[in-house]
Design a protein around this ligand. Sequence first.
Ligand SMILES: [Ca+2]
Length: 138
Amino acid sequence: MNVLAIISFVCCSAVLGHPYYRDLIPNGYGVPNPCDGGATVWEAVGHYNPLHHTVDKNPFAQAFAAAGHVWTVALCQADSDGDGVTNGAELGDPTCVWTAGGSPTGRATGHPGICNPVGSCPGQAFTCNCHGHNCVGK
Ligand SMILES: [Ca+2]
């Protein structure tokens, strides 16, 4: 019985692993979807598909991983998607003071991994309405 409980725990922890990351960035559950003007939330923040954890990770996911999955001042001050707005400003932590479990000073107004307006960054060939792999031109 204990073995079954352990297997169940390992199984479900792995499944929930990515949503857990949303707890580690400010306003992780309120990142606006740049493809619909923020009418919906971009759930898979680190990915190019708003709803699914595809293999195509956006530049913010890569920077977040490089920071050890910790919201650091350097990560906050960086502009991972290259749209001229820092990750912190986009996620509602413009002064980079947020820590996990705390309340952000503002709300998320942009996506840190998807250039806004979409398509305006030379280094990112992402297009909206891509639901699957290869959402960006390589
Ligand atoms: Ca940015």
